[in-house]
Design a protein around this ligand. Structure first.
Ligand SMILES: NC(=O)c1ccc[n+]([C@@H]2O[C@H](COP(=O)([O-])OP(=O)(O)OC[C@H]3O[C@@H](n4cnc5c(N)ncnc54)[C@H](OP(=O)(O)O)[C@@H]3O)[C@@H](O)[C@H]2O)c1
Length: 359
């Protein structure tokens, strides 16, 4: 069975050049299902380095909603697979091609490729983000998906339909991506209305939102009850009846109507996620009332080449170094507790980034 995993991902017995041990621990999905479908296996072969790659010894792996969609089959992947797509650690081995680009053993790096819930990951040099001094590896790892997503959401996905000084509505600012997004929207000069649940209001209040709409939690859960406050009425009151030129929404099913109804004329609904479930189909004619725009973007399309990836990362790392962004790492689970990490995220309990710490 393990050979199947090796074959699927092109990982083969270690080459003599890679002197990092012969087995590595990884959290693997062999059959899609609930969080317990993610099982830790302690005897994987180390990846063999290929031309252009480095081997990273991971210290952290980010846990993201997309990992749960892969695990349960909502976004299908070939089985079996090692979970995760966000990692941070120290370069442990370097190919000649990567060395020629100046990458050295011992460099701290963060990156996004499949298979980060593991002690070692083979990563193309073109995907590496060198972590600058003064930025912790935990924060740098948190930046790769949520930080870069927040960057493209507040910089590019709105297609410049919102200008500095105009209103932006951001849902779930107590959560991971939108804690970053609220702060970056302010850095871009937008006026921000954030929504969050009562339990996350303490964090949300630190983000600099011009207006915070605090909602009750769904009974028995840790996430917002979007019907507990008339958000659209409050948005219209705050914006003096104009609505928001951009709405950034990673909640999905529970908020789609609120988002569209909160738009200003020629505003844009940026629907980037489904924390509460997939957005149901709706007729395009629904947009005619305000000649509104809708986009359903993804990070990959906003980091299309190395130049774009590095530009976004440098701007985010720069803000971090200057103290302009506060990033909260909420919980770190040991990789051995892989299922618990997914359960925590899916319960909507996270107040920021959730990571695995990897020995
Ligand atoms: N398109 C892209 O490029 C991209 C990139 C990254 C993430 N995403 C997607 O965006 C969504 C949010 O990701 P994230 O990383 O920000 O997640 P996160 O850190 O867990 O934040 C999501 C927030 O959603 C809220 N929520 C509302 N209803 C929920 C429910 N039924 N279950 C769980 N949480 C609920 C929770 O906050 P409250 O307590 O305040 O309600 C939670 O903190 C996910 O669907 C993810 O896949 C998309």
């Amino acid at each position: 069975m393990k050979d199947e995993v090796a074959a699927t991902f092109g990982w083969f017995p270690p080459s003599p050049r890679v002197v990092i041990g012969h087995q590595w621990a990884a959290a693997v999905v062999r059959e899609v299902g609930d969080a317990h479908a993610l099982k830790v296996e302690n005897d994987f072969p180390t990846p063999q380095i290929k031309p252009g790659q480095v081997i990273v010894k991971n210290q952290y792996a980010g846990i993201n909603f997309i990992d749960t969609y892969h695990r349960k089959g909502l976004y299908p992947r070939d089985l079996p697979f090692v979970g995760g797509q966000e990692g941070g650690g120290i370069v442990a081995a370097v190919s000649d091609e990567a060395a020629a680009e100046g990458i050295k053993v011992g460099d701290p790096v963060a990156y996004s490729v499949f298979g980060t819930y593991a002690q070692y990951t083979a990563v193309p040099a073109s995907k590496l983000l060198p972590v600058p001094e003064g930025v912790g590896l935990d924060v740098a790892t948190s930046c790769v998906v949520q930080g870069l997503t927040a960057h493209y959401l507040t910089t590019s996905a709105h297609a410049d339909l919102i200008k500095p000084g105009e209103w932006c509505l951001i849902h779930g600012v107590g959560g991971g991506t939108c804690q970053w997004a609220a702060q970056m929207a302010k850095l871009r000069g937008f006026k921000v209305i954030g929504t969050c649940s009562k339990g996350k209001a303490d964090i949300a209040k630190t983000l600099g939102c011009d207006e915070l709409i605090v909602l009750n939690e769904v009974e028995g859960a840790s996430y917002e009850d979007y019907e507990s406050v008339d958000i659209v009425a409050r948005v219209m009151e705050v914006t003096e009846g104009k609505g928001c030129k951009a709405v950034i929404d990673g909640i999905g099913k529970s908020t789609v109507d609120i988002s569209i109804n909160s738009l200003a004329h020629r505003g844009i609904f940026v629907s980037f996620g489904n924390a509460s479930g997939a957005v149901p189909a709706f007729p395009v004619l629904r947009l005619i009332g305000k000649s509104a725009y809708v986009t359903r973007p993804k990070l990959l399309d906003y980091t299309v080449d190395r130049a774009e990836l590095v530009w976004r990362a440098n701007e985010v790392f720069g803000w971090l170094k200057e103290g302009k962004l506060n990033v909260s790492v909420d919980r770190c689970f040991p990789l051995d507790e892989a299922a618990e990490g997914h359960l925590y995220l899916e319960a909507g309990k996270s107040k920021g980034k959730v990571l695995y710490q990897i020995d």
